[in-house]
Every structure is written in C-alpha cells, then in structure tokens.
Design a protein around this ligand. Structure first.
Ligand code: NAD
Length: 497
C-alpha cells in the first residue's frame, strides 16, 4: 500500500484509525501516490477540541508575536518554494511554472498576514458627547474552518488560515481529497515557523467530514472555495447552523473583444487565459465575445490554438497539464460531444489527445467552438477544461447584456483601444474582477477578491481588509473618563455590533 496521508492534530502528524480510504493519484499517469483517510468523528472532534483549547492562549498572544510567526512562515515558504511546487505538480499534474505560481500567490497572502497589526486597527472618535470618547476593538472569532478545492492546493488554503490565524483565531483545514499532500507540507512548515500546537489542524475526507464540520457548534466561521452546488449547500447548511460563511463558487468568465482592439494581443491572451492550467482556473476565460468585425479574428485564434500541447508535470515544454481525474476528463469530453451535437462548430478539437510517454493520463487538448448560442450546454455549464467558446454580438451594449444575463460573475475582461468603451464596461458589468486589456487579473492580497452573483455566497470577500473583517468581530466602546478618584478612572459601556 502507498503511504497514508497523515492528519495534523494538536501539533502532531498522526495516522488515522479510519477504515475508509480514498486514493490520491498522479493525473498524468493515474498511478496511486498516496492513500487518503476519511477522518473518523472522534478524530474530527479531537481536531476541533484542540483548536478550541489553543484559542485561549493564541488569541491573547501579542499581535507582533503572531505577525512574527507569519514572517518566519513566509521565509520558509520561499525557501521551500521549488519543493512545494513539486508536490503541487505531482498531485495536480500542473506544469512546474504553474505550480510555482500557485505557491507564490499563497506566499503573497502570508506577507499580508504578517502585516496584521495595521489590518486590525480599530477607529476612534473623540468627544462623541462631552468628555466621552468612542472607539472600536477588533477581536478574533474563535475556531474557523476552511474547505478547499483541488485546483490551487497551495494558494487557496493560504488565502484562509494565515489571515485567520494572524487575527488570533485557530483553524481547521479540510483540503480537497484529490490534493491533500500540499496541505500537509504547508502544515509542516507552519509548525516549523513556530506556530503553537493546536493553532492549525488538517483533517481529511469528503462530504461526510464536511458535514461534521458544518454542524459542530465550536466552529464559528467557514471559508469555502469550490463548485457551485457545493458552495450553495455549504452556505445554506453553515448559515442554518448559525455560522459565518463565505462560499466562493464556480464561474463562466467572458472576454469581450472590440473591433478596435489589437488582434495579436487578443489572440495571445485568449489562448493563454483559456487553455492555461488546462482551463482548471476559476479565472480562466471560457467565453470569447466578439463584437462586430472582430469576429474576423476567430480563424487566427484557431490557428494559434491548434499547436498548443499539454504535457506531464516534468516536461518543461508543456503548455499545460492533464485534467485532475478520469471523471473530470469524461465530463469535459461529454460536453465537447454535446457541443457538436447541438450544432456548434468545433474549429479545434482536443478530444483525441495523446501525450507520448503518458498514455494513461487525463489529457484533453485545446478545443475551440464558434457559432455557439446561449442555450447550448457548453455555454450554460462551467466546463473547467481547456475549452473556449466564441459568441458573436453586434455592439458593446449587447455584450454587456450577455455577460450580465449569465448567472455567474467571477471575472471578465475587455480588449479595446477606446477609453470610453473600457470605462462603460467596467462601470456597467456586474462581475467582481475586471481586466482591461489584460485577461482576468490574478487577485492581489491587498485588494478584495470578489465574485458576484452566482459565483459567491456570503457578504464579505477574501483578501485584504474584507478578509480580516470576515475573521473578526468589531466591538464598539463608549467611554467616559473621570478625574474623580472615587470613580477610579473609567466608566465604559460596551455595545456589541
Ligand atoms: P468541489 O466543490 O467538488 O470540492 C470542493 C471541496 O468541497 C472539497 O474539499 C470537497 O471535499 C468538498 N465537497 C465536495 N462535494 C461535497 C459535498 N457534496 N458536500 C460537502 N462537501 C463537499 O470543487 P473542486 O472540483 O475541488 O474545485 C473546482 C471548482 O472550484 C470549480 O467549480 C471552480 O470554479 C471552483 N473554484 C472557485 C474559485 C473562486 O474563487 N470562486 C477558486 C477556485 C476554484
């Protein structure tokens, strides 16, 4: 039997005593690389208990000491950047460049967490009434929990636990059962950075384990990233159990191409943004909206897309890797077939894709459809594969209407040389991340990462100040200060928001 993936409970790595196991595979050859335990109820309970007990000390630890753990963690993540990227590649199939990017985006969030004192400053107003001041305190919640998807095994857990923990919370992470190894390495390095025992726990499993976490009353807040149906479920169940929930969901991201755009720039960016990372990015462009005469560039796009080749994680020339699982490949192939059946023109067909030394990998090549309408399954569903569909419209207004009518609002971009068109688009489009003459930008830790409409359930987004607000409570203090020695200095009334 290949190695079991350990749980990380109370600062120690331990083997699970479960009888239920899943296989972790390398998507390039489907060889089993590890066995994943579905944690038992007793193990989940132990993890939550440990996090609850650790909260008492950790929340009272001076903010600069908490920040110093993050500084040391940032240093260790940088030192082990290559090695972490290797683990990411092995379990996701990502190319080394992509895997390094995944780790790097996470490191940037840890840098932000090291700045936690200035992110958790309260506010003060003097003289709200005579001799009375009013100020706010920002305090941690307690035990927080993260449930993460397969496609960014470093970045997405690092969106969550460093900020939550820097705020003074403790954390239970349940990574994707398809990619648990990166999370284990992240926990090892966190321990090495000096995080006290119990501050971070890593537990494994699937729906059953998530359900347990959603129902445990010690968990105050849940951060989730994953597919739409699961995001809705987590939001509904978590809030029903009176937890704070932020649930980041799926996407259908449109790039609008105006006829005054630079065609080479459009084609280059469309290829990279649609098939990069095998299209398994929540920020991938999956719909190209050609306005007016810009549709003449579709044939140029097909020509550029055809020679782009996937390959294994250790192939430096590979443009992207395999899909995460055989099931994901079957699903994407099914949608490509459905697109053909429903009458779209398949200009580039990646269904029959082989990669030399890896005959058993989950390969799908770049695929391009034109003549797509909004009723087709390839438009309606998030494909999450290297598939780009083209829709043609007559005007910018029509493009905006199309994008706003789509149920999702994660990201979008516009390519144009007109400032007025770009301004109109950024102002009117109902989508969280907007790129102008860039494909959808990767979110930066000091700005909010903002899905809109069906791409997000909750009210506070990830990153920056909003993430800190998600993981903290604000307490407003109104204080009257006496110089009368009998009343011993201060009289406060405290209102909780
Ligand atoms: P997924 O929803 O299948 O799994 C995500 C997590 O939920 C995993 O930890 C999994 O164990 C758990 N889970 C799965 N089914 C569950 C169920 N029925 N009940 C409770 N928990 C369950 O998602 P995935 O396939 O791992 O990731 C891909 C999806 O994530 C895509 O839809 C993508 O768009 C989305 N995503 C969104 C963002 C964003 O920021 N909006 C970022 C990355 C990925």
């Amino acid at each position: 039997m290949t190695q079991p993936v350990p749980l990380f409970i109370d600062g120690k790595f331990c083997d699970s005593s479960t009888s239920e196991w899943m296989e972790v595979t390398n998507p390039a050859n489907n060889q089993v690389i590890a066995q994943l335990p579905c944690a038992t109820e007793a193990e989940l309970q132990r993890a939550i208990q440990s996090a609850s007990s650790a909260f008492a000390n950790w929340s009272e630890t001076p903010v600069s000491e908490r920040a110093r753990v993050m500084l040391r963690y940032q240093h260790l993540l940088k030192k082990h950047h290559e090695e972490l990227a290797y683990v990411v590649s092995k379990e996701t199939g990502k190319t080394q460049v992509d895997a390094k990017g995944d780790v790097w985006r996470g490191i940037e969030v840890v840098e932000q967490a090291a700045n936690i004192a200035s992110l958790t400053m309260g506010e003060t107003v003097e003289n709200v009434a005579s001799d009375i001041d009013c100020y706010s305190l920002v305090q941690p919640l307690g035990v927080c929990c993260g449930i993460t998807p397969f496609n960014f095994p470093a970045m997405i857990p690092l969106w969550m636990f460093p900020l939550a923990i820097a705020c003074g919370n403790t954390f239970v992470l349940k990574p994707s059962e398809q990619v648990p190894l990166t999370a284990v390495r992240l926990a090892e390095l966190f321990k090495e950075a000096g995080a006290p025992d119990g501050v971070l726990q890593v537990v494994h499993g699937g729906k059953e384990q998530v359900d347990y976490l959603l129902s445990d009353s010690n968990i105050r807040a849940i951060s989730f990233v994953g597919s739409v149906p699961v995001a809705r479920y987590i939001y509904q169940k978590g809030t029903q159990n009176l937890k704070r929930v932020q649930a980041f969901a799926g996407a259908k991201n449109h790039m609008v191409i105006m006829p005054d755009a630079n065609p080479d720039q459009v084609v280059d960016n469309l290829v990279g943004a649609s098939v990069g990372a095998a299209g398994q990015r929540c920020m991938a462009i999956s719909v190209a909206v050609f306005v007016g005469d810009s549709n003449q560039w579709i044939s140029k796009l097909a020509k550029a897309m055809k020679p782009v080749k996937p390959g294994a994680w250790n192939d430096k020339k590979a443009a992207f890797g395999p899909l995460i699982s055989q099931a994901a490949r079957e699903r994407v192939l099914g949608l490509i077939e459905q697109g053909k059946q429903e009458g779209a023109n398949c200009l580039v067909d990646g269904s029959d894709c082989e990669v030399g030394d890896y005959p058993d990998g989950n390969w799908v090549g770049p695929t391009l459809f034109s003549g797509v309408d909004t009723k087709m399954a390839i438009y309606q569903q998030e494909i999450f594969g290297p598939v780009l569909i083209c829709i043609e419209v007559d005007s910018l207004d029509e493009a905006i209407e199309l994008v706003n009518d789509n149920p999702y609002g994660n990201g979008t971009s516009i390519f144009t040389s007109s400032g007025a068109a770009a301004r109109k688009y950024q102002h009117r489009v109902q989508v969280g991340q907007v790129g102008i003459n860039v494909p959808i930008p990767v979110p930066l830790p000091f700005f909010s990462f903002t899905g809109w409409r069906g791409s997000f359930y909750g009210d506070l987004h990830a990153y920056g100040k909003q993430a800190v607000r998600f993981y903290t409570e604000t307490k407003t203090v109104t204080a009257k200060w006496f110089d009368d020695p009998v009343s011993s200095g201060i009289n406060m009334s405290i209102h909780l928001k």
